[in-house]
Design a protein around this ligand. Structure first.
Ligand code: BTN
Length: 308
């Protein structure tokens, strides 16, 4: 463990203030180097109060600094600013990072949305990409994205009483306003899923910009700022558990039980096509089944969905 991680552990385990001498003795380093490490930690976003008696970790459930993630910390790659957590996660996945590696950033300068759109990523939002390596047939891979949306919506409902519903394929809306978007990219090797990178943008304490007039945030809904680490940890708890025993039928059933797309007239846009009809169901791979104006059924596997 590197010195800063050891100092963080000592501060975290202390019941209140811990003296500089105690930290020096525990780590076997000088007071000056303890002070230098603490200064750097404060600059990187850790709240530490210093007084003549010593140092104290200030409770900060919003901080996304890896040391706060306990046993998960080795798998958390944290950035104050990054072009896109997707690109970093994909690079890590290609280098062989373990499953459930997470790239998280306070802001993104080139956040990516679906269909090559920009995802505005100002301070206050929760922007992360998680890498998973499911041993699933490729045709079931889309269900992993639906599962991420189900788990996030479920946590927003149960922890914060938000009326979160799913819009095909994996948007989360409340009162028709977008709260969360999910973008995923997958690589296949030898007919198997090598990895799926699932990028999640959740409007937490940010004010979604004019360009996204149909968007809202948790802060706007609940009239208070919410702690992003608490949300991320709770999501990871749910999603890691789900991925350990992935049940495709359960995903389809849970998605159907929590969606607001089935039953609606919709328009689905892909890069080169537009499909219209009434959404009547999803199939066992997560594809949306439309009843077209002529009464025939059509299954759409990807695209952007607009309610008509
Ligand atoms: C959408 O268009 O609805 C999907 C938006 C996905 C945004 C997230 S934010 C974290 C991750 N990094 C990105 O660049 N995009 C995804």
């Amino acid at each position: 463990m590197e010195p800063k991680a050891k100092i963080f552990k000592a501060l975290n385990e202390a019941d209140g203030i811990i003296s500089g001498e105690t930290i020096c003795a525990e780590l076997g380093i000088s007071r000056v180097s303890v002070w230098k490490h603490i200064k750097a930690m404060v600059e990187s976003g850790i709240s530490i109060a210093a007084s003549p008696k010593g140092y104290e970790l200030v409770a900060d459930p919003d901080s996304l600094v890896p040391w706060y993630f306990g046993e998960r910390q080795e798998r958390i790659h944290y950035f104050q600013e990054i072009p896109s957590t997707m690109d970093k996660a994909i690079a890590l996945a290609r280098q062989g990072c373990p499953a459930h590696t997470v790239v998280v950033a306070l802001r993104q300068t080139h956040g990516r949305g679906r269909m090559k759109r920009t995802w505005l990523s100002a301070d206050g939002g929760l922007y992360f990409t998680i890498v998973v390596r499911p041993t699933l047939p490729v045709m079931l891979a889309s269900l992993v994205n639906l599962a991420a949306a189900i788990d996030m919506a479920d946590l927003l409902k149960s922890a914060y009483s938000v009326d979160a519903v799913l819009k095909w394929p994996n948007d989360i809306l409340t009162n028709q306003h977008k709260l969360c978007g999910i973008l995923s990219q997958m690589e296949i090797e030898g007919g198997q899923v090598a990895y799926i990178s699932i990028g999640i943008g959740l409007n937490v304490n940010n004010a979604p910009q004019n360009k996204e007039t149909t968007a809202t945030s948790l802060k706007a809904l609940l009239n208070r700022p919410l702690p992003r680490r608490e949300i991320l940890v709770e999501f990871l708890n749910r999603f890691e558990k789900r991925m350990a025993h992935f049940d495709a039928d359960a995903v389809v059933a849970q998605w159907k039980a929590n969606n607001a797309t089935i039953g609606r007239p919709v328009r689905i846009e892909t890069f080169d096509n537009t499909h219209s009809g009434t959404a009547v169901d999803i199939d066992s791979y997560g594809g949306l089944i439309l009843r077209r104006a002529d009464g025939t059924l059509q299954t759409i596997t990807h695209g952007d969905c607009f309610y008509q």
